[in-house]
Design a protein around this ligand. Structure first.
Ligand code: SF4
Length: 251
């Protein structure tokens, strides 16, 4: 298996003598995909929907250039990370030659450009030519309509505003009900989407849903200091007692 950043080590980076294959950039975040990466999707040995995840407008992500968590102005499609981590799904720590990249031949543009000690090449390309999920699934049809409806009901900018109201006043029923309605819509949209998929395991179904609809609200509400728990009677209870990471949700 190729070593981590081998393209950098044996290509641009070796010449610059800058990449020491520490693996840190692949542990901190995954690359957003650009127009140049579209050809990788669906090609033999390339990327499939199960390898991708959409981060929606307003969602907190790690900005690789600034090195901070910041809300997105526009959605991005990124390589999937490992569960409960920002580490790239393709990072192989046991490749026998230090950390390794499991998609070296088909690594995305940002992987080729990112040099820890010289962020200039990545910074130059970072925000230009990024693709959205509609570039992958198409702008028309049932999936595109589901994405539009989901964004309408579960948009992060609106949810951040409702979360802020709830943090200001824990008895704000309208805020709690609006957020819970979004949670239910999100779960239902995933059921509809995955119900149309061909035979595949549950993990892959969830991964395709994360590509088409972003990460589940049940996971991402924590950025607003919110959490949900299912009660014994099946009802979902919303709690607003967590740490608020998202700036728009802070009172
Ligand atoms: S695709 Fe490879 S080089 Fe790019 S972040 Fe993942 S492990 Fe690192």
């Amino acid at each position: 298996m190729p070593a981590l950043g081998q393209g950098r080590l044996h290509g641009e980076c070796l010449m610059a003598g800058e990449c020491d294959r520490c693996g840190e950039c692949c542990r901190r975040s995954t690359p957003a995909l650009h127009e140049e990466d579209l050809k990788l999707i669906g090609e033999s040995g390339g990327l499939d929907l199960v390898h991708l995840v959409t981060f929606r407008r307003g969602e907190l992500v790690h900005d690789q250039v600034r090195g901070v968590l910041a809300p997105l102005h526009e959605e991005v499609v990124k390589l999937r990370s490992r569960p409960h981590s920002w580490e790239c799904f393709f990072l192989n720590e046991d490749s026998g030659d230090g950390a390794g990249c499991g998609r070296y031949e088909q690594r995305p543009l940002e992987c080729k450009l990112l040099l820890c000690k010289n962020p200039a090449p990545l910074a130059e390309a970072y925000a230009t030519g990024r693709i959205t999920r509609l570039d992958i699934v198409g702008g028309h049809g049932a999936v595109a309509e589901l994405i539009a409806a989901h964004e309408d009901q579960c948009g992060y900018e609106e949810l951040a505003a409702w979360a802020r109201r709830l943090h200001l006043d824990a008895s704000n029923r309208e805020a709690a009900e609006t957020i819970l309605a979004a949670v239910h819509f999100d779960a239902r949209a995933r059921e509809i989407l995955t119900g149309r998929l061909p035979e595949m395991n549950e993990e892959d179904r969830a991964a395709v849903a994360a590509c088409c609809l972003g990460r589940p609200l049940a996971e991402t509400l924590s950025m607003f200091g919110l959490s949900i728990a299912r009660q014994e009677d099946g009802a979902i209870r919303l709690s607003a007692s967590g740490t608020i990471h998202h700036p728009a949700a802070r009172p």
